[in-house]
Design a protein around this ligand. Structure first.
Ligand code: MG
Length: 302
């Protein structure tokens, strides 16, 4: 029997009726005004402050917390023509050092979702359209589409991305995605596109996309998506190199029988917690997603 992912978390945003939807919108407006003011004051800092902030962050990450080291894997770095290997900007890092603050009410965040290794696994390249779904993948995606703004971005080729999306989503659900991006959206040279190169998901590219810009509920007031309200769900730390504190790093799904089945329900809970935060990047920097090995879906929430 198919059972649904737990959706009754205490932290779940409630958008179930008109009144609560209106309240959520009002809270979002207040939140965005607060965030806008905070951003303006942050952007007023001078270059010296930026450098100090980066040094402080580097020192604290090397002494007090397990470091989120950005490593490389076996893939080749992209050529200069494709943008090379990027780094976070000083402004981004400074902003992420602000202390996390809870919002009075939850708001809808932008969730950028990876596919392969996150929601499903492709066992063989010889059979590129054969996939194994991660447990709860469809229920999880359905919940995300109902609760957050969702974009999909995979480094697979467009044909493969379409097949993966067709496997996970109905046409109606796909239409609710703000965008579905594939390998052709990484700015790769033709040679890199056809090679095993490391891809980098620069969130600034998503934030600048016209469909994404227009999707923000306060777009008409010039409010947009940024590091305060966006999370990338991906199994690759390296792909998130430019905005590392906006990454919800999920353990890679390899389609193995002994893999834990409760990963996506835990991601679901973490995403709900992010809805209560004024700055996603500062929250993730302080409290990155971690699997709880003792987590189990209770019978009452199935
Ligand atoms: Mg992946």
């Amino acid at each position: 029997m198919v059972r649904s992912v737990a959706m009754s978390s205490d932290t779940a945003p409630k958008y179930n009726n008109r009144k609560t939807k209106r309240k959520a919108r009002e809270a979002a407006v207040l939140s965005n005004e607060f965030i806008s003011k905070t951003t303006q004051s942050l952007l007023a800092v001078d270059e010296t402050t930026v450098k100090v902030a980066i040094q402080v962050q580097a020192k604290s990450s090397s002494t007090s917390k397990p470091s989120r080291i950005i490593d490389t894997d076996s893939r080749q770095p992209p050529s200069a023509e494709s943008g090379g290997v990027p780094n976070p900007t000083a402004r981004y890092l400074l902003r992420a050092t602000s202390p996390p603050m809870a919002l009075p009410s939850p708001r809808r965040i932008l969730v950028i979702m990876d596919l392969n290794g996150t929601l499903l696994h492709r066992p063989s390249k010889r059979h590129p359209f054969h996939f194994v779904e991660r447990p709860h993948a469809k229920q999880f995606l359905s919940y995300c589409l109902d609760t957050f703004y969702v974009a999909i971005w995979s480094s697979a080729r467009p044909d493969n991305v379409n097949k993966m999306v067709d496997r996970l989503l109905t046409p109606e659900q796909r239409a609710k995605c703000l965008l579905v991006w594939a390998r052709d959206k990484f700015g790769l040279s033709l040679n890199d596109y056809n090679s095993r190169v490391q891809c980098y998901k620069r969130l600034t590219a998503v934030w600048a996309d016209p469909a994404i810009v227009a999707s923000h509920p306060d777009a008409d007031r010039g409010v947009g998506w940024d590091q305060t309200n966006t999370v990338l769900v991906d199994d690759s730390l390296e792909k998130a190199r430019t905005e590392p504190h906006n990454l919800l790093e999920i353990p890679e799904f390899q389609g193995l029988k002994h893999e834990t089945t409760d990963v996506l329900p835990q991601v679901h809970d973490y995403l709900n917690a992010l809805c209560h935060q004024s700055d996603v990047s500062s929250y993730i920097r302080e409290t990155p997603f971690k699997l709880d090995p003792s987590y189990h879906l209770s019978d009452t929430t199935l």
